[in-house]
Each structure stands twice: as structure tokens, then as C-alpha cells.
Design a protein around this ligand. Structure first.
Ligand code: MOS
Length: 707
């Protein structure tokens, strides 16, 4: 008989290496593009080479005669799909994933055909040989921010929130700041490219895929192909990064179409270059921030207007102006997110959507205001700590930003800082330090889980969670172990299979919290059942949970994680180099489940912040409408040599409204990080850089204090 009263210490809160770590480093862990299938065929997407127009002709015949080629799917022969449905978050799907339905080309890199062959090499060769004729039309890919056609667009928040008389409060302010900030187009670039294999088996569609949520992909594929969701199975055991880009995209849909037409398994993998057109990206932003404060630095007026872009086929908004709705109050408080439609691919969620670019503008503006007021930037923020949600009016479900700043300032050595810019030198380098606040929404979404007790005293947890590299599988193992009151070694966690029942995606920093809630609920009930002492039969005892009701009963509140970012930089204004010398992030982000992987998650976000501040920028060529250098040679991301001594830590912040105390840590690491670096660059040089990335040419042109 199973005993469940084994003495154990809490697993949650102790550092635990990844339970699948050995499989990953030995290559035993299979990713979507390498799971073996008998009789597998390979599809290769052909993307448009014009930015706008119409497909006039596709010369299929010569390609069908090439070695190994099995089929060419395009808008003339591909199966029809349904796009008139409400997908994730209740909105219609991005029709970019509904491939080959018409002859229109709305951007460069639009999927126009799939070539299927016996081998991947044959498919690629044939795809590259396929000649497509277009009727080309003039295109516009030029994003300039404010534009006569820009319009307010709701995303996961209302586009506009306004209270108070902005002009009156600005006029009455002792100090006013009015500045424009820009951020470029940025791409997720997960290590593992998008990949999917689709096959029909016993009347069921099975897709082995790399995604952030099997439930999500099942829902979209079932809707697109008018299938009963129960007849679709999506598996995604290991995922090499997602960052918002791994939902349903052209390659899964194309693979399902080809598998349907050919009645054999078909795999479609995106190349790194194709990902720049098909995986989504973060829109560039132009943001105007106006702040008005009294002589003590208390905000009377706050205005944050952001313009981002979307495609002509789908509406997506980067809600950068949303940050201020949580962070700071003012008598007049106006925020608005607007978009311009251009002949470009549809942008999407990218790690800290809204918060990442929005916090750059807002937290840089706060730094400028602090300078104008002659107040320390941390003190300025502390003076503007709101006691309730500035726009929502809701109570905060925990807001320990001041404690993050206090602890961060102590450890970073902020008290010794001379606020004057352009004074510190180390040889050719000018040195400076900067800080910024961070926040990210904390929430949970309904999920289901099962926990099975086996006669040998071990347990199996099943939940359609996705471990996109965060360590979610390991976190859930620790959580289940504590809930079952057994050591983690007795718990097996199986994830990434839609047959385990509906569950939240790995997204919105809500994955682990949502899944942990469901796992805990099932484990608690199972422990009660086992306590009855009736023994465990050979087939085990399985308990299923569903957290829909519990999460629905949560009282309304402004739920966020918070943090304080610190950076020290060295700037050579002659060569234009900016080197980050050290970073510190202190977070109040709920109970930390696994300090080892949590630290990696925070630090990974902070590295993104370095990358965002100094490196990342996708450039669009106005003439062709496509990217210049759509690869990891042309698109710079921070590498080891760019990343200095980074430290991330946290303060006690367990959320009493969550069964495990979790808030969520997936995205907050990047928030404020770029602003802290930009603020440090000002402190080093005396020059404000309001456009990211802070490239060498920008640094040289802006100059600095004379030697
Ligand atoms: Mo994240 S951008 O919610 O995957």
C-alpha cells in the first residue's frame, strides 16, 4: 500500500536541475523536427518575393518532374479552411496561417506554395526551382509612427484610457518633460526553428509540433479544418524556445493540408530566414511621453501615446502605453495605443508584449524627469508609488516595488552615486549607472490535470503544459511532490500532449502558475483519497482537476509582479561602443518554485534587455519591402561577449491568493532592462539616447563630454 505520509522537506524553493536535462544534453530528447515517422514526406514552403500584388501563374509542371517531388500545393488546389471563428482570446485568427486560400500577396515572405518531396533536400531544391509570376503593386513598408491613417486599436487591453485634464495639469506643473522614444522591429529567434509533422491515423489528426500550448494548437487546427477537437491530437514534448512566436502558423497548416492530400505523414520545418516572415515579431514603436510634476516630483500629468504597426490582413497591437496604467498615477492620466497598417507580416506577442518597449519609453522618461527635478531617480519613483491601480482603481494584489528598489540599491551600491552625468572615466571609457522599474501582469488561467498514484508508491502527473525551455516540467515536479508530500524522485510529470486535457499555454507569464494550480488541486484530492487507506490497484488511482471555477472566483485586483533593474555601462564616444559592465535585477514576483531555473529565466530576460538596448533591429528595405539580413548574422543579438556579470534575485512575495504562492516570472526580466541601460548611457555621457538600439553610429553622432 502506498504511504503518503513519508517525511519530506519542501521541494518547492530548492534548486533542482532539469528533470529532462540528461535527455537534452545526450540528444535523447527529440524535438519536433526530428521525431521519426515511417513513410515521412517533407514539405518546403515557397514564400513570395514581392511585397504586394497578385499571383498570376505558378509553373508547377517542371517542378513536379524533379526527383522525389510528390505534390505542389498552392491556392488553386489546396484544401479550403475556415477562418471565421473566434480563436485564442476570442479574436479571429491571423489569416496568415490559413495558407493557399487566394491569390493575394499582402507582404514579402507570404506563403504561396508548399512543395512536398520524399526528402527534405529534394523538397528544398524543388521549392527553390518553382517559378511564381506576380502582378506586382506598389507597397508601403515605411513605418514613421504618427500617420494620418493611424487608429486606436484594442488588444488585450482597451486602446485608450483617459482621466483628468491633461493640458491644465501640464500647464500647472512646475516641471514638464515631453520626449519621443522609438524602438525598432524585433524578432524572437528561438533556438529551435518552428517545425511540425502531421499525419492521419485511425481517423484522427496527429501533429507533432513545437509550440507553446497543445490545447491552443488543437483548437486552431480543429477550427481551421472544421474538425471535432477530440479528433485532433497535438504533441510537443520538448520545445527549444518560443517567446510568443510558437502558436499556430503557416507550417502546421501546410503540413496538415499535405498530409490530408497525400495520406502520409508530412513534415514542414521553417528555416531561420523564413521565420523572419512567418513567425511573427515585435512591431517597431514610436512613443511620445509627456510628464508634468510638481516641484517635489509628484506627477500631475502623465501622457503616453504609442504607435505600432500591423499588417493589412490582421490587426495586432503592441500595447506599449499600457505600462503606465499600472505603474504611476497622475491627476491627468492619458494613455493610448494606435496602429498603422502597412504591407508587412503581422506582428505578434513577443516576450513582454507592450511592457518591453513601453517600459523603455516610460522609465527613460522618468529618469529624465528626475534629472529635471533634481531628485534621485529611485526617490522619484518612490514618491509616485500609487496605493491602487491608477486606471483600474483596483487594489494591488501585492506591490512590493519599493522593497525591490531598496534591496537593489543596497546591493548595487546606489547610495554612493554622483547623479551628475559625464564625470567618471576609466581610460577611454565613460562610466555611468542607471535604474528602472519593472512590472508584468500576474495571472492564472483555467487548466486541467490528472495525477495517478501507482502501487509502487510513485505518481504520474499529466497536464498539457509546454516547457519551452523555462524548466516548467521540473517546476511542476517539485510542486506535485510537495502537494503529494513525497520526494520529487517519486513523481513523473508528462506534458506536451493535448490528450491530457485542456490547459493554459506557456504564455503571458501565466503557464507555470496556471498548471501548478491544476496539479495541486488534483494532488490534494488524490492525497485525500489515499488517506482513506483502501490501497492502490494495479491500474492506479487517477484524480482529475479542473480549475475553471476556482480561478473564476478570484476577487478582482490589479495583479502584477514588480522589479527594480540596475545597470552599469562603459561608453567610448569615439568608437561608439557601449559595454554593459554589470546588471542587477531584484524582483517581487511571487513564490519562486525552482531558484535555479528561475534565476535563468530572470537573467535570460535581462540579457534580452541588453540585446534590446544595444543590438536588436530588423531593417526593412523600402524598395523590396523585405528584410536586410534576415538571419542571425544580419540581425544582432547579445552573445556571451556582450553579457557581463548579471545577477538576478528576489524578495519574499508569496501571493496568498494562489495555492502555491506563485505570480509568474516568464517576462518581467526584460521589462525595464533596456531603460536601465539607456539611463546609464546618459549618466555616462550626458547624452540622452531615445532610439533603440543604441548603436555605435548613434553614440558617435551624439557625442559626449569633451575629454
Ligand atoms: Mo509570451 S510573449 O506570452 O509567449
Amino acid at each position: 500500500m502506498t504511504t503518503v505520509t513519508t517525511a519530506h522537506k519542501n521541494a518547492v524553493g530548492t534548486a533542482h536541475t532539469r528533470v529532462e536535462g540528461r535527455d537534452k544534453v545526450t540528444g535523447a530528447a527529440r524535438y519536433a523536427g526530428e521525431v521519426p515517422f515511417a513513410d515521412l514526406a517533407h514539405g518546403w514552403l515557397v514564400l513570395s518575393t514581392v511585397a504586394r500584388g497578385r499571383i498570376r501563374e505558378i509553373d508547377t509542371a517542371p517542378v513536379l518532374g524533379l526527383p522525389g517531388v510528390l505534390a505542389v500545393l498552392d491556392h488553386r488546389n489546396a484544401p479550403r479552411v475556415e477562418t471565421d471563428y473566434a480563436g485564442l482570446m476570442g479574436s479571429k485568427p491571423d489569416p496568415t496561417c490559413a495558407v493557399f486560400q487566394h491569390d493575394r500577396v499582402p507582404h514579402l515572405g507570404w506563403p504561396v506554395a508548399l512543395v512536398v518531396a520524399e526528402t527534405s533536400e529534394q523538397a528544398r531544391e524543388a521549392a527553390e526551382a518553382l517559378v511564381v509570376h506576380y502582378e506586382q503593386e506598389p507597397h508601403d513598408v515605411d513605418f514613421t509612427g504618427e500617420h494620418p491613417d493611424a487608429y486606436a486599436l484594442d488588444g488585450h487591453m482597451p486602446a485608450v484610457a483617459e482621466k483628468g485634464d491633461l493640458d491644465a495639469e501640464l500647464a500647472a506643473s512646475a516641471v514638464v518633460l515631453d520626449a519621443e522614444y522609438t524602438t525598432p522591429e524585433e524578432h524572437h529567434n528561438p533556438m529551435e526553428p518552428h517545425a511540425a509533422t502531421a499525419r492521419w491515423e485511425d481517423g484522427r489528426l496527429e501533429v507533432v509540433d513545437s509550440n507553446q500550448g497543445a490545447t491552443w494548437v488543437v483548437g486552431e487546427l480543429a477550427s481551421l479544418f472544421s474538425l471535432d477537437p477530440a479528433s485532433v491530437r497535438v504533441r510537443s514534448e520538448h520545445v527549444g524556445g518560443g517567446f510568443g512566436s510558437k502558436g499556430v502558423r503557416a507550417h502546421q497548416v501546410a503540413a496538415v493540408m499535405a498530409a490530408t492530400v497525400l495520406q502520409r505523414p508530412v513534415r514542414v520545418v521553417l528555416t531561420r530566414r523564413q521565420m523572419f516572415s512567418l513567425a511573427g515579431y515585435r512591431s517597431p514603436t514610436v512613443q511620445r511621453v509627456r510628464l508634468g510634476a510638481d516641484a517635489e516630483g509628484r506627477l500631475r500629468a502623465l501622457e503616453h501615446r504609442s504607435v505600432s504597426l500591423t499588417s493589412t490582413v490582421h490587426e495586432f497591437v503592441e500595447p506599449s502605453a499600457g505600462v503606465a496604467r499600472v505603474m504611476y498615477d497622475a491627476d491627468a492620466h492619458h494613455t493610448a495605443n494606435r496602429v498603422v497598417r502597412l504591407d508587412v507580416p503581422t506582428p505578434t506577442w513577443m516576450r513582454a508584449p507592450g511592457e518591453a518597449p513601453g517600459s523603455f519609453a516610460l522609465e527613460a522618461a522618468l529618469d529624465e524627469l528626475a534629472e529635471k527635478c533634481g531628485i534621485d531617480p529611485i526617490e522619484l519613483r518612490l514618491r509616485n508609488e500609487p496605493d491602487k491601480g491608477p486606471v483600474s482603481g483596483l487594489p494591488f494584489a501585492g506591490r512590493d516595488l519599493p522593497a525591490c528598489f531598496r534591496e537593489g540599491a543596497r546591493r548595487f551600491g546606489w547610495a554612493d552615486r554622483d547623479p551628475r552625468p559625464g564625470l567618471r572615466r576609466d581610460g577611454r571609457w565613460l562610466l555611468g549607472t542607471g535604474t528602472a522599474a519593472a512590472s508584468f501582469h500576474a495571472g492564472a488561467m483555467p487548466s486541467t490535470a490528472t495525477v495517478t498514484a501507482h502501487p509502487d508508491g510513485t505518481f504520474t502527473v499529466r497536464i498539457a503544459a509546454a516547457d519551452i525551455g523555462t524548466g516548467a516540467r521540473t517546476a511542476l515536479t517539485l510542486i506535485a511532490a510537495d502537494a503529494l508530500r513525497v520526494p520529487p524522485e517519486r513523481v513523473r510529470v508528462r506534458i506536451g500532449d493535448s490528450d491530457f486535457g485542456p490547459a493554459m499555454i506557456a504564455g503571458g507569464s501565466m503557464g507555470t502558475r496556471s498548471w501548478a494550480w491544476a496539479v495541486t488541486a488534483a494532488a490534494d484530492e488524490l492525497r485525500d483519497r489515499l488517506a482513506l487507506g483502501t490501497g492502490v490497484p494495479a491500474e492506479g488511482i487517477t484524480v482529475r482537476s479542473d480549475t475553471t471555477a476556482a480561478i473564476g472566483a478570484l476577487a478582482p485586483a490589479e495583479r502584477h509582479s514588480f522589479g527594480a533593474q540596475f545597470a552599469e555601462v562603459a561608453v567610448d564616444v569615439t568608437t561608439g561602443e557601449v559595454r554593459v559592465r554589470r546588471m542587477l535585477g531584484i524582483f517581487a514576483a511571487g513564490r519562486i518554485v525552482n531558484p535555479l531555473t528561475a534565476r535563468g529565466q530572470f537573467e535570460g530576460g535581462m540579457v534580452w534587455g541588453i540585446s534590446m538596448a544595444l543590438h536588436e533591429e530588423a531593417i526593412r528595405d523600402r524598395a523590396t519591402g523585405g528584410h536586410v539580413g534576415a538571419d542571425l548574422a544580419g540581425y544582432h543579438v547579445a552573445t556571451h561577449a556582450d553579457v557581463p556579470d548579471i545577477e538576478a534575485d528576489w524578495i519574499e512575495d508569496a501571493d496568498p491568493r494562489d495555492p502555491v504562492g506563485i505570480k509568474g516570472i516568464g517576462e518581467i526580466g526584460i521589462v525595464g532592462a533596456a531603460a536601465a541601460i539607456a539611463n546609464a548611457v546618459w549618466h555616462a555621457t550626458g547624452v540622452r539616447h531615445r532610439s533603440l538600439p543604441i548603436r555605435p553610429d548613434r553614440v558617435i553622432l551624439a557625442g559626449g563630454p569633451s575629454a
